[in-house]
Write a protein that binds this ligand. Sequence first.
Ligand SMILES: CC(C)(COP(=O)(O)OP(=O)(O)OC[C@H]1O[C@@H](n2cnc3c(N)ncnc32)[C@H](O)[C@@H]1OP(=O)(O)O)[C@@H](O)C(=O)NCCC(=O)NCCS
Length: 180
Amino acid sequence: MLRGSKVGLRARHDDDIPILRTELYDDVVNGSRAESGPWRPITPGSQDPRLVVDDKNQGSVPFSVVELEGGTLVGTATLWGIDTHNRSAHIGLGLRPSCRGKGYGTDVVAVLCHYGFVVRGLQRLQIETLSDNAAMLRSAERNGFVREGVLRSSAWVLGEFMDEVLLGLLARDWKQDPKV
Ligand SMILES: CC(C)(COP(=O)(O)OP(=O)(O)OC[C@H]1O[C@@H](n2cnc3c(N)ncnc32)[C@H](O)[C@@H]1OP(=O)(O)O)[C@@H](O)C(=O)NCCC(=O)NCCS
C-alpha cells in the first residue's frame, strides 16, 4: 500500500465495488461531471472497466483509497494515460460524498505524485478538471500543479458546455511532502 499522511492507496477489492458504484457512479450529477461521456446505469455484477480492474492494462493504474486509521474506503484514485515514451500520465480521483472536505483529496494527489514521479519515474503529470471544481483545483495547486490552460467549452455536462482547466506538474518542480 502507498501511504500518505491521512490516506492509503491500495488495490481494488471486490467489496469496494458496490460501494463505489452506489456512491460515485450511480449518482447522475457526480457521474456526469467526472466522466467524459454520458452517464448510464451500471448493471450490478457487470464487468464495468471503471470499477473492475484489468491488471493487464499497462496504461492505467487504479487504486482504492482508504483511511490510514481504520481502513475505511474513501474513494478511487487512478494514474491513467501512462505514456512511457514521453514519461507522462494523467491523474484522477473521486471521493465518497461523506469523505470530501477533510483534506483527503489533497493527500491523494500527493500520493499519486509520489507514485508517478518516484515509483514510475515519470517527468510530467497532468490533471483536467471542470473550471468550477474548486476543491479539485485547490487539491492540485496545493501539490504544486500549475494552471497551463483553459479548454473552452470542452465538456458537455448536464445540458451545458463547460470549460475545463488543464493543470501540469513537472518532476523537477515537485516538492515532495516529507510525510508521504
Ligand atoms: C475533488 C475532490 C477529489 C477534492 O477532495 P477533498 O478531500 O474534498 O478536498 P480537500 O479536503 O483536500 O480540500 C482541498 C482544498 O479545497 C478546499 N475545498 C474543499 N471543498 C471545497 C468546496 N466544496 N468548495 C471550495 N473549496 C473547497 C479546501 O478548503 C482545501 O483548501 P485549503 O487547502 O486551502 O484548505 C473531492 O471533493 C471529490 O471527490 N469530488 C467529487 C469528484 C470530483 O470532482 N473529482 C475530480 C474530478 S477531476
